[in-house]
Design a protein around this ligand. Structure first.
Ligand code: ATP
Ligand code: MTE
Length: 208
């Protein structure tokens, strides 16, 4: 790493990210949770800023999900909270309604785009009821995004579809996350462009 690159990384604001894996079976030990490691691994590759993670593994229980989202945003002050699991049509899948129950405003574009991207991978993409939403409290706001439980869905939806040479064919939703975090008053997030290129209007770009 060159001195200039090291200095640039040092000058980046730290970002706080909450990761919630929602799975009856992983949380009770029937299988090992792959949700949190997959999310953490992808975010560490994609984001240049220093990251503090808050990680939770919980069952598909509405009250637990709501309490966990509130804790990560209101108490831990996460800027972004990603959930994985519990978005389908099974009776126990309650992540989207729990997210909306603690939301102040929905961001429908995230759910729409994630289902659109996922249709490039699986025809069952339309079974995910995943949402994106904001929780705005006094002096703080966070973006919450639901991802499906299949660990591979994490990279698929965040990063999108690439051709064999690694060129982006369909943008993943993460391209829009840094500017959304800017607009709600969070830290300026820089991404690694070979993983995902953050899009911001020219007027919102900060000189490096
Ligand atoms: N946290 C996880 N870790 C590893 N694999 C997972 C996880 N969550 C889901 N999966 C995998 O994805 C599949 C579909 O996920 P889904 O969220 O529909 O699970 P589920 O049937 O609701 O059960 P559970 O809530 O117990 O994970 C699971 O059968 C499992 O193979
Ligand atoms: N990108 C992506 N999206 C996906 C999938 C997937 O494998 N990849 N699985 C689908 C399936 S099979 C289901 S049932 C729904 C809901 O999954 P969840 O209940 O694990 O959240 O997500 C859908 N979206």
């Amino acid at each position: 790493m060159s001195d200039t690159t090291a200095q640039q990384i040092l000058s980046l604001e730290s970002v706080k990210i909450g990761l919630i894996s929602i799975s009856d079976r992983a949380s009770s030990g029937v299988y090992q949770d792959e949700g949190i490691p997959s999310l953490k691994n992808w975010l560490e590759k994609a984001i240049q800023n220093p990251i503090t993670f808050e990680m939770r593994l919980i069952a598909d229980e509405k009250e637990q999900i709501e309490a966990c989202l509130k804790e990560l945003i209101d108490t831990c002050h996460c800027d972004l909270v990603l959930t994985t699991g519990g978005t389908g049509p099974s009776r126990r899948d309650v992540t989207p309604e729990s997210t909306l129950a603690v939301a102040t405003r929905e961001m429908p574009g995230f759910g729409e785009q994630m289902r659109q991207i996922s249709l490039n991978f699986v025809p069952t993409a339309i079974l995910s009821r995943q949402v994106g939403a904001l929780r705005e409290i006094q002096d703080h706001a966070a973006l919450m995004i639901n991802l499906p439980g299949q660990p591979k869905a994490i990279t698929q939806t965040l990063e999108g579809l690439k051709d064999e040479a690694g060129k982006s064919m369909v943008s993943g939703i993460f391209a829009a996350v840094p500017y959304c975090i800017d607009l709600i008053g969070g830290p300026y997030i820089e991404t690694n462009e070979e993983i995902v290129k953050a899009f911001r209007p020219k007027s919102a770009l900060r000189p490096r």
